[in-house]
Design a protein. Structure first.
Length: 359
């Protein structure tokens, strides 16, 4: 339960009953489904709601401490104009207790309603809809996407394979494997993935999946074809969905080789998903490809700021300095990435040190 300290003070929950506190904690746990980095703005709003409810109760308690205006524990309501309500005598303790109950219950209701709606809304905004009925396959698919964000490509493919093993007709899992293999120039590996995706019955696919299917049909005819038009259609169909822009940005960078388009997609992605480390990383590479080195440095700095525990953040800065020909700095960042467990960074660090010797 200490996790609630990341959202708001435990003291803010004191007016709630034990069962109500449990339900709020449960709601907080469910937020993690969206990914901790993707719901920072929700936490602030959740904290505000908690404090508003607690503050309302505290204010009521303070206001009722001085009972000099009460006549022997009685509260006389002021007669309304036109004798609309009349004048009634009500026991002050009863009305205070009732008001506390109403405030707490109402606050809790709106917290629960807010969290439920925002979780659904954010899930829709973050990820494209998928047609698989298997929750287990979906979970593996989401793990794959998270791995890709951290540049953990082996885990990315491992989780996608687990997803299609669970549901052989999971179109998006097959499609992501095909697009990733195409992006890496692994055209022979992409062929069976494309065929598997296209073998899924198109009748059960949603709008976004149909657009991606068209892109795969293009790649089936020519593995080196440009699918920029399909990616533009995807972002037009889902203008508020982060994953649409993420897929379009990757496609622009690696398949279309259009760094300008990739930059624009990544900038839009940051608007939809502010403070996201993986997006700063992708944006940094887009800037480097365009020769905009100061902007690239700023993007990689932000990546390190928001994801200091990610080895890839240090590796990316190492690559920035390698391109900038500051080989000593490059080796320093690569060494840090290697120290954190990124094996490939060791070789890159050695290349940076070799460049120091040559220059």
């Amino acid at each position: 339960m200490a996790q609630i300290d990341q959202v708001g003070s435990v003291r803010a929950l004191e007016p709630l009953s034990r069962q109500q506190r449990f339900e709020v904690f449960q709601s907080h746990r469910q937020l993690k489904v969206l990914g901790e980095r993707d719901v920072g703005h929700l936490r602030k709003q959740f904290q505000t709601l908690l404090w508003l409810g607690s503050g309302a109760v505290s204010l009521l308690q303070i206001c009722t401490k001085d009972r000099s205006h009460l006549a022997k524990g009685k509260w006389h309501f002021i007669k309304a104009p036109g004798n609309l309500f009349g004048a009634y005598k009500i026991d002050s303790r009863s009305i205070i207790s009732t008001l506390k109950f109403i405030i707490v219950k109402t606050t809790f209701f709106f917290i629960a309603l807010f969290l439920g709606n925002m979780m659904i809304l954010n899930a829709q905004e973050l990820l494209l809809p998928v047609s698989t009925p298997s929750e287990t396959a979906k979970a593996e698919y989401v793990k794959a996407l998270r791995a890709a964000e951290d540049a953990n490509i082996p885990v990315f493919f491992e989780r996608l394979n687990a997803a299609v093993k669970t549901d052989p007709n999971f179109f998006m899992a097959h499609a992501y494997m095909a697009l990733a293999q195409t992006s890496f120039g692994q055209y022979e590996n992409a062929v069976p993935s494309i065929k598997s995706a296209l073998a899924v019955d198109a009748k059960g696919l949603n709008k976004g999946e149909h657009i991606i299917r068209q892109a795969l049909q293009t790649l089936e005819k020519d593995p080196k074809a440009d699918i920029a038009e399909s990616m533009a259609s995807l972002t037009e169909a889902y203008p508020e969905t982060a994953q649409a822009y993420e897929l379009a940005a990757v496609s622009a960078s690696w398949i279309s080789k259009d760094a300008q388009a990739a930059k624009e997609y990544n900038l839009r992605l940051l608007e939809l998903r502010p403070g996201h480390g993986g997006t700063y990383n992708a944006l940094g590479y887009s800037y480097m490809a365009l020769g905009e080195m100061s902007e690239a440095k700023a993007a990689f700095d932000k990546y390190l700021e928001v994801s200091p525990d990610e080895p890839n953040a240090w590796d990316s800065m190492g690559e920035y300095y390698m391109v900038a020909k500051d080989y000593a700095k490059s080796a320093e960042y690569y060494d840090k990435a290697a120290e954190m467990g990124m094996e490939l960074a060791k070789e890159r660090a050695e290349k940076a040190r070799a460049a120091i010797t040559k220059n």
